[in-house]
Design a protein around this ligand. Structure first.
Ligand SMILES: NC(=O)c1ccc[n+]([C@@H]2O[C@H](COP(=O)([O-])OP(=O)(O)OC[C@H]3O[C@@H](n4cnc5c(N)ncnc54)[C@H](O)[C@@H]3O)[C@@H](O)[C@H]2O)c1
Length: 275
């Protein structure tokens, strides 16, 4: 095996992807499978997880899809037990379940005093608690495995700068970034550095949740879509497969001394003043 192949070698590892029926987890799972990783797509929507697994299998990879709820400890523990009947360990956890909700956003004609607190709680729970609970269940498994493991969280541009409308989602993703640092420290200090924890912060990728906000049915940009493009030095939206390299790097030995970082994959959005 060549030097680079050895450094990035993930052959035979097992990865669990929460939100596995989603756009970004699907693309990341496909990429990891091409690198020889066995993929478990876990989603509250079991059919979507199975569809993602079928696609990976049709491309020659190894994958299964399961139903699992990131907000339900018993459901996560049952998923862990099922996976351990098939595989000897869980090497990679990608916390990709997440997203926004209309009531937790402030549209232009409203203001902060109109915020629906119950929707704010739901968004906060899904993005933040939905990262904490799987990290506890699968992180514990990593702590008892000799080989340790890697946890990857998904933060957002909204955690770094104020973005209009998305008040609840932004706060929850800021919590995910902070938790990434905290858990990285905790795992490194309590488990001899054998568990690393990092996050990616995607810029703007067209997905199920933001397609209508950013693009018109004819494919042109909405006003908001155009604003995003204007603040992205690379002048385009990201393609989901462009997240694969960052994840591959973070979970491989190439990043063996890297823990607690939040890596933007954003075409320069986060470093550009807009001027
Ligand atoms: N698309 C983007 O531009 C973008 C940018 C930054 C961050 N993100 C984040 O990346 C992650 C994935 O985004 P996406 O665009 O692929 O979203 P998506 O809506 O396509 O996928 C999210 C998946 O999570 C699943 N899910 C919802 N609740 C769940 C629960 N309780 N338990 C298990 N699964 C549950 C959904 O069924 C869905 O399949 C999210 O955390 C999102 O906030 C996306």
């Amino acid at each position: 095996m060549g030097y680079v192949s050895e450094l990035f070698n993930l052959e035979g590892k097992v990865a669990l992807l929460t939100g596995g029926g989603g756009v970004l987890a699907g693309a990341i799972g496909e990429g990891l499978a091409k690198a020889g990783v066995k993929i478990v797509f876990a989603d509250i929507n079991k059919e979507r997880a199975e569809e993602a697994a079928n696609l990976v299998c049709s491309l020659g990879g190894e994958a299964i899809g399961i139903g699992s709820n990131v907000l339900d400890m018993a459901s996560l523990e049952a998923s862990r037990d099922d996976i351990l009947k098939k595989y000897s360990g869980i090497d990679i956890l990608l916390n990709a379940a997440g997203g926004n909700m209309p009531g937790a956003t402030i549209p232009p004609e409203k203001n902060i005093f109109d915020l629906d607190i119950s929707d704010m709680d739901k968004v906060s729970d899904l993005n933040f608690k939905g990262t904490v609970l799987p990290s506890m269940v699968f992180g514990k498994q990593m702590s008892i495995q000799e080989t340790g493991g890697n946890i990857i969280n998904i933060s957002s541009m909204a955690a770094m700068q104020a973005i209009t409308r998305v008040v609840g989602y932004s706060a929850a993703k800021a919590a995910v970034s902070n938790f990434t640092m905290w858990l990285a420290m905790e795992m490194a200090m309590k488990f001899e550095g054998k568990i690393r924890v990092n996050a990616i912060a995607p810029g703007f990728f067209i997905g199920n949740q933001n397609r209508a906000l950013l693009t018109n049915p004819d494919g042109s940009f909405t006003e908001r879509g155009q604003k995003v493009i204007s603040k992205t030095p690379m002048g385009r939206f990201g393609e989901a497969h462009e997240l694969v390299g960052a994840v591959l790097y973070l979970v491989s030995d190439a990043a063996g001394f890297v823990t607690g970082v939040v890596l933007p994959v954003d075409g320069g959005f986060s470093i550009f003043s807009g001027v």
